[in-house]
Ligand binder design. Sequence first.
Ligand code: FES
Length: 147
Amino acid sequence: MSKHVVAPVSDIPPGGKKLVTVRGRPIVIFNLEGEYFGLLNRCPHQGGSLCDGVITGLVQSTDPGKYSFTRQGEIIRCPWHGWEFDIRTGQSWCEPARVQVRAYPVEVAHGDTLMAPEGASGERVEDPYVAETVQVSVENDYIVVDV
Ligand code: FES
């Protein structure tokens, strides 16, 4: 897997989502009150775009007429046939043991940690050639997806 900067954090407000493409894969990034999660933007049922779905919560029932509504904002409902998925894990609520949306690790990285290239083992690489440089600072945070 390799890490890809996909957006500044300011692009996705809390409760929001954004569709990005990383290495040809459509991935929808969700912001759950400052925690970021990435799901493949393809419903495992028939391929609906989860980015176009409604963000909702979890409805559970123990008995007829009794239900609870929890985890507001943590469930995405596919716009085509209504299958629901846990935004945190990609787990289906239709058939949890078998059906799941591919989930991708997402992190937030400060801009100044993204400046230098990394080697294959993740260490910072010093090039043998040095060009004239100017002082640059990056102050924003960015969303990074591991694909
Ligand atoms: S394509 Fe998503 S529920 Fe059918």
